[in-house]
Design a protein around this ligand. Structure first.
Ligand code: BEZ
Length: 389
């Protein structure tokens, strides 16, 4: 009789403990792991993403879906060889609930593999690696940014419409560069143009001289370049210093001039690019965002800040759909997958593969702004080839 009573007491105590543990897990802060470049050529992109993310959180009173947040950070250095170790620091050592990262496609491919294997929620606030919303797609992986193909295809289409016949591409030899060149070729050749040569150099090298000499010798009608961050600053300046801009127009996805215009100065003036953001969209939503960003960080927002801001919006919607329970992955996934993201770039929804379906804007660099000139391609989806979910 006594023994039975003791067992009952023990069971009740255990139930109370597990209830308390569940309740305290619901009260504990949600752990967010930022894996971003905080050093190297993409350092400024990483900090703009983090700032954008935190701006959205601040606008919600510092919590998402009523939950406190705790941040963990790893500098991924845009170094693919360290990516798996770095992402495991966040998942195993820090036990984060959500991964937010990264900028570099090669690093993001490793992050996506680990996220897929462990089922960790991953929101990618930049890296465009096509495969992540293609064959590697997964229900717990989302992108708030773009696929490498999207802005590149739009630029190729515009270059074709401008009646250029022969173009050369120049970029870093890694997924973002080669996929961007491929996207441009798709758009350009569909309009009757021909890409005559793809020039490559290793990431993040900036010794462009030999390749610029090849461009000068071949005299294409246009050049398409994918570079970003500090590398883009150097490339645009070198292109002008070589005198190439006088005879061969330079095009690119907007990364070539986004967040870089101040440093590029006169060299960037007039460069035409395509991207899912521009500096003077002049919508109430974007104006409010830009004002809040400038007040908080004393600098102008760029596309990377927008993508960070939208990553936080996506997490917020997922958490709300799950009643704040970060463990309720199916509800989080459903919440994000079906939401309309009220982005400063304009509202968008996600494709089945979890990539934004979005307008690609035509922009021209003027002063410190990438000025909106129109829509190059409306509501462009990524092809998402090979995604099975
Ligand atoms: C990328 O590696 O995917 C990337 C990096 C910078 C800007 C855009 C794309």
């Amino acid at each position: 009789m006594h023994a039975q009573l003791n067992i009952l007491k023990l069971a009740a105590a255990a139930a109370a403990l597990s209830f308390a543990a569940g309740a305290s897990a619901q009260n504990a802060p949600i752990k967010i792991g930022f894996m971003l470049p905080y050093s190297g050529t993409y350092a400024s992109l990483g900090s703009m993403i983090e700032d954008g993310f935190k701006l959205f959180v601040a606008e919600q009173g510092g919590k998402l879906a009523g939950r406190e947040l705790q941040y963990f950070k790893v500098d991924d250095e845009s170094e693919p060889s360290k990516a798996t170790d770095n992402v495991n620091k966040l998942i195993k050592r820090d036990q984060v609930d959500v991964l937010v990262g990264t900028v570099h496609s090669g690093v993001a491919l490793s992050m996506a593999k680990v996220a897929k294997d462990t089922g960790t929620l991953l929101i990618i606030p930049n890296a465009g690696a096509d495969a992540i919303t293609g064959p590697m797609c997964a229900k717990n992986i989302f992108r708030s940014s773009f696929s490498n193909w999207q802005p590149a295809y739009a630029m190729g289409k515009v270059a074709g419409e401008r009646r250029h016949k022969k173009a050369m591409t120049i970029t870093w030899n890694y997924a973002a560069g080669t996929e961007s060149a491929k996207g441009f070729k798709d758009g350009f050749e569909k309009g009757g143009g021909k890409v005559t040569q793809d020039l490559l150099l290793p990431f993040p090298q900036v010794e462009f001289q030999a390749l610029l000499t090849q461009i000068a010798a071949q005299k294409p009608d246009a050049v398409y370049a994918f570079f970003a961050g500090a590398g883009a600053v150097k490339f645009v300046k070198d292109y002008v210093a070589a005198g190439l801009n006088k005879t061969i127009p330079l095009y690119g996805p907007g990364f070539l001039t986004d967040g870089t215009l101040e440093a590029q100065g006169a060299a960037a003036q007039g460069i035409v690019t395509t991207l899912h953001y521009a500096d003077n969209l002049n919508t109430p939503r974007d104006n409010a965002f830009r004002l809040a960003f400038a007040k908080a960080y004393k600098t102008n927002a760029d596309v990377y800040a927008v993508q960070g801001y939208d990553a936080a919006q996506m997490l917020s919607a997922g958490l709300k759909a799950a009643g704040g329970n970060i463990k309720a992955m199916d509800k989080i996934v459903a919440g994000i997958s079906t939401m309309t993201v009220d982005s400063p770039r304009g509202k968008f929804k996600l494709s089945k593969a979890h990539n934004p379906v979005q307008d690609m804007y035509l922009r021209v660099a003027k002063g410190n702004l990438n000025e909106y000139k129109g829509i190059a391609v409306k509501a462009l989806p990524d092809p998402g080839v090979g995604c099975k979910m």
